[in-house]
Design a protein around this ligand. Structure first.
Ligand SMILES: [Zn+2]
Ligand SMILES: [Zn+2]
Length: 309
């Protein structure tokens, strides 16, 4: 599958009419764009765009989506994060920290971490490559079935996170995550995001002390995965306009290349739903990156902030 990067005209068309945007948003999506947003790299054989024919979702097509897109309304603005199974693992990400990032990114929503629950007996599982894997559909069903136990007047979305491996259907080896957009639920596994996952056995991983370098890589990947996947539940489809948080990823190389920020087109989509103050969002996100040692993203957000003042 060959991928042709969109031209500047096609990107302008995808952005659409900017005249009604607040000034800071206009600056965020027009000022010094080439300095801050990289083009999508030409895909290699194993990359997402070499295997998937993505057309790109314009602002207009995003606006026209009627279902399958979360829109906070009335009291419904809470994103519940439901941990499933044990997080007692030396390489489990700090969920409270990831929630802090989601709170800022999905500005105007409430993000609430629920108490951890166990896998239930009726969740389908299998043994694959020496580890237990759970079927994503079973986890989706669980989140739908237990909705009445959460605050249904406040719920906008509910996503399960787990350190267990997951698979979407019998003929797939695994999946990082899967959403059921119409029902506002999703499930994401962090287990494959550790830099040692493909390089050591489960026992070796448990015995290897976590270095600062690996802590940062893990945290960055977990944050990106959760923001990207919740982005899908807000109706954002895969992006082809720039290197962007919403690019599809197939492997670790693509995952680490993917930035933790939205490109101008995707930023406009999320803004049209959440109406956030972009200056405040960038400032608070930069501070959080600084607090947890995510230096590259911290300096990107600080640089952009200077360009939208
Ligand atoms: Zn995706
Ligand atoms: Zn994008």
């Amino acid at each position: 599958m060959s991928f042709t990067a969109p031209s500047n005209e096609q990107i302008a068309e995808a952005l659409g009419d900017l005249s009604k945007l607040p000034n800071t948003m206009k600056m965020a999506v027009t000022n010094r764009i080439e300095e801050s947003f990289e083009p999508v790299p030409q895909p290699d054989g194993g990359d997402w765009l070499a295997q998937h024919n993505e057309k790109g979702q314009t602002m207009e097509s995003f606006r026209k989506m009627s279902s399958s897109k979360a829109i906070p309304h009335g009291t419904h603005k809470t994103i519940y994060i439901q941990p499933v199974g044990s997080f007692d693992h030396p390489r489990a990400p700090p969920l409270d920290v990831i929630v802090e990032f989601a709170k800022i990114f999905f500005s105007g929503c409430v993000v609430e971490l629920l108490p951890t629950v166990d896998f239930t007996k009726d969740m389908r599982k299998r043994e694959f490559d020496g580890r237990t894997q759970y079927l994503t559909g079973g986890l989706h069903d669980y989140l739908v079935r237990t909705r009445s136990q959460r605050d249904t007047r406040r719920e906008l979305l509910c996503v399960a996170v787990t350190m267990a491996d997951i698979y979407p259907q019998e003929d797939w080896n695994f999946v990082y995550g899967e959403a059921r957009t119409k029902e506002g639920v999703g499930v994401y596994s962090f287990v494959r995001l550790g830099p040692l996952f493909y390089r050591a056995t489960s026992e070796e991983i448990l015995q290897t002390p976590l270095t600062e370098e690996h802590r940062v890589i893990m945290l960055q990947r977990c944050i990106d995965t959760l923001l990207h996947e919740i982005g899908h539940l807000f109706g954002l489809e895969h992006c082809i306009y720039y290197a962007c948080l919403m690019n599809g990823t197939n492997n670790e190389k693509e995952m680490d290349r993917q930035p933790s920020h939205l490109c101008p087109v995707c930023l406009c989509k999320l803004h049209s739903t959440l109406q956030f103050d972009v200056e405040h969002l960038y400032e608070t996100f930069a501070n959080l990156c600084d607090k947890y040692g995510l230096e590259t993203e911290c300096s990107w957000y600080q640089k952009r902030l200077a360009y939208i003042h």
